[in-house]
Write a protein that binds this ligand. Structure first.
Ligand code: NAP
Length: 477
């Protein structure tokens, strides 16, 4: 499967004719190739977006909302294809690709279509004048996405960006090009005006050429913290509008008054969904001392009951890791945990399904006995590895939860909602759930603090980020 760049409404080869292999995470086989785009390709895509901007930004919001609805309909008609391609490309279970990736990609377009349709201008009356706030497009947007939730995150950016009248150039991860390509095919099929959405495939060099391009006005980036800091540096000389959604090391705090059965189920899901490769995953589990032993026993049983297998099999609950390089990183952290004095309660070794020995496999791994300050307990591993710790008091739980450079998300499990809310407000993070996890209302803000990012997207925060407010002041008589 060879994918091409999409520029000015056409699928095109990279100018250099350089290509990269795309590997299946589960089998290790080459499943296709992608353009290794260079500066010339990026420049061509940015110019296409610049040319399309005057017409696209002149449309009424209602007209753009209708385009988003058409894209949603067309994506929905390809629901199963999205799920299949996402599992092939990422190694995640097909059940997850259906229930999360395909479903959310469609609903991102529908949701922002509805929001943009309902947009009203804010008005501030003075005694002698009326102020109207008009939300204008920012200009050309660079949208850069990671490999863990490829179309879910790309659609989360494309929909509000073009809905607010911007034109865009997308750069998906080189590891997961397939559903981004499908989205471009959908955009071609519905006949979206040429140049409104463009896409270049390639590695970090293409991303860096895009974020530093002088005609790019806005950068929305989701990825790792180290890359995010490079992106911020390259966007800063031109004061580009910037949103950074970065890494996390989220705590799941389990109090002794929790509903044990639901908590074990919720904490297992939050630890290992998508093989632990979700920025929101709860990778540090803090358990109140009085229930620590009981919780650990039930949690380990729950983890060991998860079905690891071929991503295309309906019964699979855990698939493969994204790449050989990422598997090596995860293995490194497991060996580091042993050096740091951790005990592996379960997992720690590859767990290879039959016939898939060249894939990137790791059993879900639970590590106990580590110091709260150890590297494995504070650094983002982004794989199927969690550390588990005891705490004695509310204050201590809060202190441990905050003991990391990250501040993205977290969860609290308790029978006392007042306590849940009290503790939640003491955790230095962007999002926190009580007695649930990854329960998202698309109207709510999404994003992190500290090294987890800058800015918020979601609902009106996305509309705000992808627009510039213009204050028109009309003097009465
Ligand atoms: P990554 O290595 O930072 O890459 C993210 C994207 O940036 C990819 O498209 C990548 O291209 C591109 N890129 C690489 N170098 C670049 C540069 N110098 N300038 C511009 N773009 C560049 O992250 P990843 O490994 O794909 O994703 C995992 C990370 O994403 C984790 O840290 C996870 O926590 C984070 N994440 C955060 C959120 C959130 O909402 N906060 C959501 C999902 C994931 P290539 O892949 O082709 O190199």
């Amino acid at each position: 499967m060879r994918v091409l760049n999409y520029i000015r409404g056409e699928f095109v080869d990279p100018k250099s004719d350089f290509w990269m292999d795309n590997f299946s995470p589960s089998s290790g086989e080459v499943i296709g190739s992608i353009p290794l785009s260079g500066e010339g390709d990026v420049d061509n895509a940015v110019m296409a977006a610049v040319e399309a901007l005057p017409y696209w930004s002149s449309l009424r919001p209602l007209e753009r909302a209708e385009w988003l609805e058409r894209i949603a309909d067309c994506l929905e008609s390809k629901f199963e294809e999205i799920a299949r391609l996402e599992s092939l490309d990422t190694g995640k279970p097909i059940s997850l690709s259906r229930s999360v990736d395909a479903k959310r990609s469609v609903s991102n377009f529908r949701f922002f279509s509805g929001m943009i349709r309902d947009l009203e201008e804010e008005v501030f009356e003075m005694e002698d004048a009326t102020n109207i706030v008009k939300l204008k497009p920012v200009g050309v947007g660079a949208l850069i996405t990671p490999w863990n939730l490829p179309l879910y995150l790309l659609s989360w950016k494309v929909a509000p960006a073009i809905g607010m009248g911007n034109t865009v150039v997308c750069k998906p991860s080189e590891l997961t090009p397939l559903t981004a390509d499908l989205l471009m095919k959908v955009i071609e099929e519905v006949g979206l005006p040429r140049g409104v959405v463009n896409l270049v495939h390639g590695d970090g060099m293409a991303g860096s050429s895009l974020t530093s391009h002088p005609l790019v006005d806005l950068v929305s980036f989701t990825g790792g913290t180290e890359t995010g800091s490079k992106v911020a540096l390259s966007a800063s000389p031109k004061f580009k509008k910037l949103s950074l959604e970065l890494g996390g090391k989220n705590a799941s705090i389990v109090f002794s008054d929790c509903d044990m059965e639901k908590t074990v189920e919720g904490v297992t899901r939050s630890a290992f969904l998508n093989q632990g490769q979700v920025c929101l995953c709860g990778s540090r589990i803090l358990v109140e001392e009085s229930i620590y032993d009981d919780f650990v026993e039930l949690f380990v049983d729950s983890v060991e009951s998860m079905v690891i297998g071929d991503p295309m099999d309906d019964s699979t609950e855990l698939g493969a890791l994204i790449s050989k390089e990422h598997l090596k990183k995860v293995e490194y952290y497991i060996s580091l945990a042993k050096e740091e004095g951790g005990q592996i309660l379960t997992g720690g070794t590859p767990c290879v399904p039959k016939g898939l020995s060249n894939g990137n496999w790791m059993a879900p791994t639970v590590i106990a006995g580590l110091d709260h300050n150890s590297r494995c307990s504070t650094e983002e591993i982004f794989g199927p590895v969690v550390t588990i710790h005891r705490f004695k008091s509310e204050d201590q739980a809060i202190k441990i939860a905050n003991n990391t450079r990250y501040g993205l998300a977290g969860s609290i499990w308790t029978g006392d909602l007042e306590k849940g809310e009290r503790v939640a407000s003491m955790i230095h993070t962007g999002m926190i759930w009580v007695n649930t996890w990854l329960h998202r209302d698309l109207r709510a803000p999404f994003g992190g603090v500290k090294d987890s990012g800058v800015g918020r997207e979601g609902g009106r925060w996305s509309l705000g980020f992808f627009s510039e407010p213009l204050n028109v002041c009309l003097k009465n008589d």
